[in-house]
Unconditional design. Structure first.
Length: 167
């Protein structure tokens, strides 16, 4: 796994091969193929081992704002972990962003559900697009602007999400 990660960092996801990872690990391709059926699964496993996930339930802070910021900051951190990759707009970066966004949607859904149970929404249920909006905006910043910051995360929550939940 370390060799796969190092190979990705050295040559990029698109150029890493089973042969180059095997050489870096001091083994042969057959040993790798016994565990991973193809290059994509090997490289994905190496990435998943190194990059933080949003698997754990989001913290229940008692505030939708704080919960949303925590979810988006974890998504941001996950996407920033691939900064060592030579091609931030390539296949690997897109994979990590998509996976992080999917996990963030799940976490945001939990945070919204808790907020609804607390009665945080003055006018009842929110439109599902409101739930997606913070993750979609951060995803766009990461994919199109090639980066984002913690300040932008707070701005997304404070200037988009919070006003929409108070209507």
């Amino acid at each position: 796994m370390d060799a796969a990660w190092e190979e990705i960092a050295a040559v990029g996801y698109d150029q890493a091969t089973m042969g180059s990872v095997a050489a870096r690990a001091g083994t042969n391709k057959a040993a790798l193929y016994r565990r991973w059926p193809n290059r994509t699964e090997l490289l994905t496993a190496a990435i998943d081992r190194r990059v933080v996930h949003l698997d754990a339930p989001p913290a229940d802070t008692g505030s939708l704002r704080a919960d949303a910021i925590a979810v988006l900051e974890t998504m941001l951190h996950r996407c920033q972990a691939i900064a060592i990759i030579p091609d931030p707009m390539g296949e690997l970066a897109a994979y990590v962003r998509r996976q992080a966004a999917g996990e963030a949607f799940d976490q945001m859904e939990r945070a919204f559900s808790r907020a609804a149970q607390r009665g945080d929404f003055p006018n009842g249920a929110l439109h599902p697009m409101v739930l997606r909006l913070p993750v979609d905006v951060l995803y766009s910043e990461l994919a199109l602007a090639n980066g984002a910051s913690r300040r932008q995360v707070a701005d997304i929550v404070d200037h988009l999400l919070v006003p929409l939940t108070q209507r």
